[in-house]
Design a binder for this molecule. Structure first.
Ligand code: SF4
Length: 441
C-alpha cells in the first residue's frame, strides 16, 4: 500500500504529518510523491482563516476525480484542525471523504486505515476526541526522512482563548510532554543527522513538563537540559506568548550558546483597547518592556511578530498605535493578516466588524512599514559574517541554502561545504527574501 501526505498551515502540522508518515511507514506503507500514485491520501489541514478551509475543499474536489477513476483502494483522510472544527461540514460538502481525524487522534491513523480497508467500510469514520496525553504516549514508528533541521512538539493546546483564535477548540487544553520524552526524541533525531531542533508549542513558553525528578520544569529549564546533549548544534522554539515571557527565558538566551538569538513574539495589535477585545492579557507597555528586558540580556536578539489588522471595532487611532509600536520595536521580520472571523470564536459574534476595503488599506500600510524594517535589518549585514547551518540545495547548480543565527535564509556556492555543516559566511548582497554570501576561510 502507498500513501501521500499534504501538510497545510503551521509547523505543528508539519510535525504531526511527519509522525503520521513514520507510523504508516512503520506498518509497511510506502510514501509516494503524488496523490495519483497513492492508495491513501492524507490532507493534514489548517483552519486559521477561511481561505485555508476553502483551499482544502478545492483540493478534495481534485482528489474525488482521482478516486472516481481509480481501480484500486483509494482512501481520502482529512486530518488536522479543520477536521476537528468542521467534521460535519466536510461530510456534507465532501461525502466521499473516508476518514476524519482530529489533531489528537493521529496516533490511530494506521489502525483506522487498516480497519477501513479490511471491513470495506462505506460510511465516513470520524475520530475527533481531545486527549493530547494519549496522543504522545501512543505515537510510534521508526523515524525516517529527517532533514538536518527538524521540529519537535513539546506542548500542545492552549488555555488562553484569544477571542479570534480557533486553536483552543481544535487542539484542546494545554498539555506539556515530559522532559524524559523530549530528551529521548531529541537524541533519536540527532542519531539521524539532525543538527538543529525547533521546539514547538501553541504557547511554547507556558511549557510545564514533568522533570526527571518528578518536579515541574519550565521552558528555560528544558532548554538548559537539551543544550547539554552531544551533537545538538542549534536550538530554537516557537510560538511564544508575550504574557508568559520572564527573566528565566532571557537568561537562557544570554547563557546558552546553541540557543539562537531570534525570537517570534506575536503582538497582534499595538492598541490596548484592541488587545483587551482580543483577550491577549497584556498591554502595549508590557509588551515593550518585555522586548527591552530581552534586549538587555541579549542585545543582538532579533524579533519577529504576527499582526491582525481590521479586528472588530479597530479605529484609525487604534491602527496608528500599532504602527507606533512597530516603529518602537523595529522588527527583523513579521507576518500580518486581515482579521478573518472563525466559526465558534467570540470575535466572530462581535459588532462593528470592519469592511474589507479598510482592512486591505491598513494591511498595505502596515506591510510597507514592516518590509522597510526587514530590508533595513538585512542590509545591515552586508560586509559582516554570519554563522550559517546549511539545510538544502539551492535552485541553482552548486548552490547551497542555509539559515543564519537570526533566521535569515542565506545562499552560497557550495565550495567545501555540505548540508549539515555550519560555516561562517560573509554577506555580499541582499535578495528579496534572502541574503547572498561567500564562505569565509
Ligand atoms: S495564545 Fe495563541 S494559540 Fe492560544 S488562543 Fe491565543 S492566539 Fe490562539
Amino acid at each position: 500500500m502507498r500513501f501521500f501526505i499534504k501538510s497545510y498551515g503551521c509547523q505543528m502540522n508539519s510535525y504531526d504529518s511527519q509522525r503520521m508518515s513514520d507510523m504508516l511507514a512503520g506498518v509497511g506503507y510506502e510514501l509516494v510523491p503524488s496523490p495519483e500514485d497513492a492508495n491513501v491520501v492524507v490532507l493534514n489541514t489548517c483552519s486559521i482563516r477561511d481561505k485555508a478551509d476553502e483551499k482544502v475543499f478545492s483540493d478534495l474536489g481534485r482528489l474525488k476525480s482521482i478516486k472516481d477513476k481509480s481501480s484500486e483502494d483509494f482512501l481520502i483522510v482529512v486530518a488536522g484542525c479543520m477536521a476537528q472544527l468542521r467534521s460535519q461540514d466536510i461530510i456534507k460538502r465532501a461525502p466521499y471523504v473516508d476518514i476524519i481525524l482530529g489533531p489528537q487522534n493521529i496516533q490511530q491513523i494506521a489502525a483506522i486505515v487498516d480497519d477501513f480497508i479490511k471491513n470495506k467500510a462505506l460510511d465516513t469514520v470520524v475520530s475527533t476526541s481531545m486527549d493530547a496525553n494519549s496522543k504522545f504516549n501512543q505515537l510510534f514508528g521508526k523515524f525516517s526522512n529527517r532533514s538536518v533541521s527538524e521540529f519537535l512538539t513539546i506542548q500542545e493546546g492552549c488555555d488562553n482563548f484569544c477571542t479570534y483564535c480557533v486553536v483552543p477548540y481544535t487542539r484542546g487544553r494545554e498539555f506539556s510532554r515530559s522532559v524524559a520524552d523530549i530528551i529521548n526524541e531529541t537524541k533519536n533525531l540527532i542519531s539521524l543527522g539532525v543538527r538543529e531542533i525547533t521546539l514547538l508549542g501553541q504557547n511554547v513558553n507556558s511549557y510545564n513538563g514533568e522533570d526527571l525528578g518528578g518536579k515541574s520544569c519550565n521552558l528555560s529549564g528544558l532548554l538548559f537540559r537539551l543544550a547539554d546533549i552531544d551533537g545538538l548544534k542549534r536550538l530554537r522554539y516557537t510560538t511564544s506568548n508575550p504574557k508568559d515571557v520572564d527573566c528565566s527565558i532571557a537568561e537562557a538566551h544570554r547563557d546558552i550558546d546553541i540557543l539562537m538569538p531570534s525570537l517570534h513574539l506575536p503582538v497582534q495589535s499595538g492598541s490596548d483597547a484592541i488587545l483587551r477585545k482580543m483577550n491577549r492579557k497584556y498591554t502595549q507597555g508590557e509588551y515593550l518592556r518585555c522586548i527591552d528586558m530581552l534586549r538587555s540580556y541579549r542585545p543582538d536578539i532579533a524579533f519577529s511578530s504576527d499582526f491582525i489588522v481590521g479586528f472588530p471595532g479597530e479605529t484609525d487611532e487604534d491602527f496608528e498605535e500599532t504602527l507606533e509600536l512597530v516603529k518602537k520595536v523595529n522588527y527583523a521580520q513579521a507576518y500580518s493578516f486581515k482579521y478573518s472571523p472563525r466559526p465558534g470564536t467570540a470575535a466572530a459574534k462581535m459588532n462593528d466588524q470592519i469592511s474589507d476595503d479598510v482592512k486591505s488599506e491598513r494591511l498595505q500600510i502596515l506591510q510597507d512599514l514592516l518590509n522597510d524594517q526587514q530590508s533595513q535589518f538585512n542590509e545591515n549585514f552586508i560586509g559582516r559574517c554570519l554563522k550559517v547551518l546549511f539545510v538544502k540545495n539551492g535552485k541553482h547548480e552548486n548552490q547551497l541554502v542555509g539559515r543564519s543565527e537570526y533566521s535569515h535564509a542565506v545562499s552560497v556556492s557550495a565550495d567545501n561545504v555540505s548540508i549539515g555543516d555550519i560555516a561562517s559566511v560573509r554577506i555580499t548582497s541582499v535578495a528579496s527574501h534572502s541574503l547572498i554570501g561567500t564562505i569565509e576561510r
